[in-house]
Design a protein around this ligand. Structure first.
Ligand SMILES: Nc1ncnc2c1ncn2[C@@H]1O[C@H](COP(=O)(O)OP(=O)(O)O)[C@@H](O)[C@H]1O
Ligand SMILES: [Mg+2]
Length: 173
């Protein structure tokens, strides 16, 4: 079940990171987030903000040669960062035991999540990044899937719109 699409524009990478940082406030164990969009669209940038919001200080880079990197948040919630850009077949996901991550107790973010669409749980948050003509502007489409995200996605955006406008950052509060 796909919910109503929500659209946000960000004007810089730090705005995208702040938006992601706010999403971290709403995350719960077992959540899955699929990020899609071309190379350079902002998926890793968003993931960095999310990690910061979860209290992870380590620098997040895309797990290009490993499919997945694992981090521990301050609340001891595991954070799984997948990048499946180089995935050759879904079998590779089965081989690494993706279920342990997607259906486990941590928070999972998947760059290029559309490439593993058949494996995604019923409840997940889909976020599509698009470059616009203006260099540092991105259109970010947020599509809730399943009960879990129906209202949470809107709550997240409401909070972000309020706080981004006032320039408030979650790390300062
Ligand atoms: N509004 C914006 N949101 C996200 N990234 C932006 C934005 N404006 C410029 N950028 C830049 O675009 C690039 C996005 O790269 P990255 O996040 O690695 O993309 P992806 O993971 O989708 O391939 C970064 O160099 C970032 O600084
Ligand atoms: Mg990336």
């Amino acid at each position: 079940m796909q919910g109503k699409k929500l659209i946000v524009l960000t004007k810089s990478s730090s705005e995208t990171q702040k938006l992601a940082e706010m999403l971290a406030l709403f995350l719960k164990t077992g959540d899955t987030i699929s990020l899609t969009g071309d190379l350079g669209a902002g998926k890793t940038c968003f993931t960095q903000g999310l990690a910061r919001g979860l209290g992870i200080d380590r620098k997040i880079t895309s797990p290009t040669f490993t499919l997945i990197k694992e981090y521990m948040s301050t609340s001891s919630l595991p954070f799984y960062h997948f990048d499946v850009y180089r995935l050759k077949s879904l079998q590779e996901m089965l081989d690494i035991g993706y279920e342990e991550y997607f259906f486990g107790n941590g928070i999972t973010v998947i760059e290029w999540g559309d490439r593993v669409a058949p494996l995604l749980p019923d409840d997940f948050l889909e976020i599509r990044f698009k470059r616009l003509l203006k260099e540092n502007v991105r259109e970010i489409d947020i599509i809730p899937h399943g009960e879990r995200w129906k209202e949470t996605a809107e709550k997240w955006l409401k909070k972000s719109q309020k706080d981004l406008r006032t320039g408030k950052s979650t790390s300062e509060t």
